[in-house]
Write a protein that binds this ligand. Structure first.
Ligand code: NDP
Length: 243
């Protein structure tokens, strides 16, 4: 018997990186997994590779109706919802002076509001199943630094929201887990719109042994496979080489 047999998970931003690796890890552990993102071609490839039952859902986390439909689609197909991994995110690093503020809007809409909409839509189901919410935050949810002000603001926001959520639902058996990765090799930095900052991100990646998406998937799996009375509320995982 697998550890997550009979559990149903929904993972946002599962078309690449950490979300994809987490979907595979939960599927290998026996969960039925709904994978959501905008690039459904990627999700279909993932579902073909997965060892277990996987549902592909087109979802834009910035659109509350799209989020509600994804949650409803998961419950309709699999009958319940036990684990939500709130992972969809965007990092458009840059300095505050002369910033293109549409980058700010996109990050706040995706990282912060998107994850709030997902919790809002999923919570009635998680209260029924006494499930778990995994919030993919960041080291930038604990420390801010130059050229990451707005990204860090979204991740600090996720941490703030998660602690309020924890206090609201823990006595009803719902567990809230905040996972804070350091530098992970994914497509995340490829969306940075400022070429100089993009180059800085590449240099930073080349300067260390970065984490792999699977390293974060392992942390998520650890948290969601604990016995019901154990709430792993926060996991910070950095590359050893990241100062
Ligand atoms: P990727 O760029 O590889 O993955 C991001 C995922 O988010 C994609 O699947 C993308 O799917 C999805 N996404 C983006 N916008 C939306 C949207 N509007 N609606 C639905 N899905 C969306 O990056 P990572 O795997 O690295 O990032 C995953 C999470 O991990 C993010 O929250 C990120 O902030 C966090 N993180 C990453 C770190 C790193 O170093 N890589 C460090 C710390 C935290 P699609 O485009 O198909 O919609």
């Amino acid at each position: 018997m697998n550890t997550l047999d009979h559990q149903v998970a929904l993972i946002t931003g599962a078309s690449s990186g950490i979300g994809r690796a987490t979907a595979l890890a939960l599927s290998k552990a026996g969960a039925k997994v709904a994978v959501a993102a905008r690039r459904t071609d990627r999700l279909r490839e993932l579902a073909a590779e997965a060892p277990g039952d996987m549902l592909v859902l087109e979802m834009d986390v910035t659109d509350p109706e799209s989020v509600r439909n994804a949650v409803a689609g998961t419950v309709e197909r699999f009958g319940s919802l036990d684990i939500v991994v709130n992972n969809a995110g965007l990092m458009l690093s840059g300095f505050i002076l002369d910033a293109d503020t549409t980058d700010w809007t996109r990050m706040i809409d995706t990282n912060l509001l998107g994850s709030m909409y997902t919790v809002h839509a999923a919570l009635p189901h998680l209260l029924r199943s006494k499930g778990a919410v995994v919030q993919i935050s960041s080291t930038s949810g604990r420390t801010s630094s130059a050229a990451s002000g707005v990204y860090a603001a979204t991740k600090f926001g996720i941490n703030a929201f998660s602690e309020a959520l924890r206090q609201e639902v823990t006595e009803q058996g719902v567990r809230v887990v905040v996972v804070e990765p350091g530098f992970v090799s994914t497509e995340l930095t490829s969306h940075i719109t400022d070429p100089a900052i993009q180059a800085m991100a590449k240099d930073m990646a080349a300067s260390m042994r970065t984490l792999n998406p699977e390293d974060i998937a392992d942390a998520v799996l650890y948290a969601v496979t604990q016995p019901a009375h154990v709430a792993v509320n926060e996991i910070l995982v950095r590359p050893t080489d990241q100062s």
